[in-house]
Design a protein around this ligand. Sequence first.
Ligand SMILES: *Cc1c(COP(=O)(O)O)cnc(C)c1O
Length: 340
Amino acid sequence: MQLRYLTSLDLDSFIKAASEVPYHRIETDLFPNIQVWIRRDDLLDPIISGNKAYKLLYNLIEATEQGTDTLITCGGAWSNHIHATAAAGTRFGFRTIGIIRGERPPELSATLQDAERFGMHLRFVTREQYRQRSQPEFLKLLGIDEGNALYIPEGGANLAGARGAQLLGKVIEATAPIRFDQLWLACGTGLTLAGLASSVTSLPVYGVEVLKAGDSIRRDAQHWLEALKSPSPACGGEVGEGGTGTPTSNLSRFPADFFLINQCHCGGYAKYPPYLQEFQRTFEHQTGTLLDPVYTAKLMYGLHQEAISGRIPPGSKILAVHSGGLQGRRGFEPTASNKK
Ligand SMILES: *Cc1c(COP(=O)(O)O)cnc(C)c1O
């Protein structure tokens, strides 16, 4: 398969790269009576992967505009966001500092080994300190001089991140190869869901919750949808052939209907019971498309459950977003020395 790279940090190049992400129709008996396609955002770039690339985009542009050469962010030992931020730092010339939850282990997770190799400075903090991460004085408490560095919250969850997810929705509207009936994705915080629901106006969005979140994903998604209503100058960029797309303010349905599937978290965040392992093996074997255990395996498992229960109208054409995260597979290999 052709390797794609994000080569320069500007909106038009990013939109072009995103517009070239392939859509694959998958052939498997796991989804009876419906047609399933996958948009392969895991292929956007080999190391700045999936929805984390979209969430970083406007943050990186903002950093450049501010003349900032340093990004500070935080996450856990297997964080896709830490990995993508470190990779973007080395690609586009930012210093990166990763604040990592927990003590530095004797052997780093594969994710953090990569992050260090990409040049990220890792700063390990206690779980207690980490809990302060949304406080304004978080960096000061850790004795980190913010200077004019850009602080990006865990997971890329800020308004700039939501605008990136919104851009993904615009790209989908502009590039979908057929008319779909439903759009599906995996939800951790619900930010990507909100971004998509704010810009995908022609079909309902379904989010599979990958953790036991109570009502918080719905609430957070609604929060980001509200925040996205305010226009932002950073949100320019037209999507469409040759940059002649329709004006981005012309949303016909805002937001799109969105629905959350909360019964397919398989026991909680990063829980990976044998039945999910078995499902993932079958899916990968039958389709040739790899998934990650934390997000996209649960997405496809949730879609499978809905399909076999008959809750999706027969003949429906479903588009599932492959949001990346494949680097995290290494955390689940039998030989891995680190567990979640
Ligand atoms: C972070 C992540 C998600 C969840 O995104 P949210 O915006 O937090 O809901 C989904 N898939 C993958 C692969 C991720 O890394």
